[in-house]
Design a protein around this ligand. Structure first.
Ligand SMILES: Nc1nc2c(ncn2[C@@H]2O[C@H](COP(=O)(O)OP(=O)(O)OP(=O)(O)O)[C@@H](O)[C@H]2O)c(=O)[nH]1
Length: 380
């Protein structure tokens, strides 16, 4: 993004300089410059957008604006679309922040309620202990009283009367003690039930959040337009494959596919047709490619494949077959039959390779295929 801003600023300064000059100065050369700057900016922005993972709603909005951006060429339009794109990105970041903030707030509230319930339960227990101690003291006093009365009694009748009255008091105290204990137990059990419900709610909230995070993580690895894995998923898969390869070498191969003259499709038939074409190409590659190969949209009209079990000749055969399938697709735009071809570069990974050298070699092979007239596979 920083890189992108720098280019944007440079583009803007250039355009400001030219507007202050004479009419002749704003000639074809400056228009060419401005359009080149716009193209560089759009390319840079497209690459930044490919790395962004917004929600479905905002991805759709982004795609719509991106389409307009590719179509409109005037400086004002391009600038306006850039602003719209930034607005969408900011809105999505705000949404994500709100959703995380809401979850954390509700988690905090529930935790506070649970903490409150725990201290209430502890204080109820302490109070109950205190009341129990008081009742026990009272009972001990009543028993002591009874012994004293027996000692002080002058006749058996007086002993009988005294003992009966003291026993009645003791029975009353014991009855109170039982009632108190029952009530206390009920209150404790209610508080525990309440607490269990709160903890359950907390668990449910955490699970919901986990599901949301997993879903977001899953979406962040897919390309919204073609439904293939995206560049982030490719980077992760390729890095892991490289680690496995260097640990224990196997037939690891990489293919870079670029659609030939795709700009013409956009320019002649519009970006919606361009998008649909990319979807059809992606679906065909997905159907034709071996089950164990990994397929991703690298960005724009570029796709990448990673193979783990193909030797050179099998690999080239499969890539040629994919190329043929695409070339035979019956595209028809505005009553024109159009044939679409691919330039494909492929290479096997060697023990000297890292992810960059391997990718560069496959990319160079793809450019070689373009140089040699496109619609072919080149293996380096
Ligand atoms: N419709 C549509 N077009 C896209 C998308 N991403 C990139 N493009 C377009 O793809 C085109 C790529 O053009 P170039 O890089 O000039 O390449 P090309 O026309 O395929 O020419 P060669 O590579 O030389 O065969 C540009 O016009 C981009 O605007 C997309 O998501 N949808």
């Amino acid at each position: 993004m920083l890189e992108f801003y720098t280019i944007a600023l440079r583009g803007k300064t250039d355009s400001v300089t030219t507007t202050g000059q004479t009419e002749r100065a704003i000639d074809n050369t400056s228009q060419d410059n401005s359009s080149t700057v716009n193209n560089v900016l759009i390319k840079q922005l497209s690459s930044c957008l490919n790395k962004l993972h917004l929600s479905a709603q905002y991805t759709q909005e982004l795609l719509t604006i991106h389409k307009k951006l590719l179509k409109d060429t005037s400086n004002d339009d391009v600038l306006q679309h850039f602003i719209e794109i930034f607005d969408v990105i900011v809105a999505d970041l705000q949404r994500e922040r709100n959703s995380a903030t809401n979850f954390l707030t509700s988690l905090n509230e529930t935790l506070a309620i649970v903490q409150n319930a725990v201290s209430k339960t502890l204080s109820t227990c302490e109070k109950a202990q205190h009341t129990n101690d008081l009742i026990n003291i009272k009972l001990q006093k009543q028993l002591l009283d009874m012994t004293g009365s027996v000692e002080k009694a002058m006749s058996l009748d007086q002993v009988k009367v005294d003992i009966n009255s003291k026993l009645a008091s003791i029975a009353l105290t014991l009855e109170k003690k039982t009632i108190f204990e029952q009530q206390n137990q009920q209150a404790l059990s209610n508080q525990l039930k309440d607490m269990a419900a709160k903890v359950k709610k907390l668990e449910e909230q955490s699970q919901e959040f986990e599901v949301k995070l997993a879903e977001q993580q899953r979406k962040s690895m897919f390309d919204a337009l073609t439904k293939l894995s995206n560049r982030a998923a490719f980077d992760e898969y390729f890095t892991q494959s490289m680690v496995r390869f260097h640990h224990n070498p196997f037939d690891l191969a990489l293919a870079v596919i670029d659609v030939d003259d795709f700009k013409q499709i956009n320019d002649r038939y519009g970006h919606t047709v361009g998008d649909k074409t990319l979807q059809v190409i992606a679906n065909t590659i997905r159907k034709k490619v071996s089950k164990d190969a990994f397929v991703a949209r690298y960005g724009g009209e570029e796709f990448v494949l990673i193979y783990s079990k193909h030797k050179k000749s099998e690999l080239i055969n499969e890539l040629n077959s994919i190329n043929k399938s695409i070339a035979h697709l019956p595209f028809q735009f505005k009553n024109n039959k159009v044939s679409i071809t691919l330039s494909i570069g492929a290479t096997h990974i060697t023990s000297e390779d890292n992810i960059h050298t391997a990718f560069e070699r496959a990319d160079e092979a793809m450019y070689k295929a373009k140089e040699k007239g496109k619609n072919q596979v080149v293996y380096f």
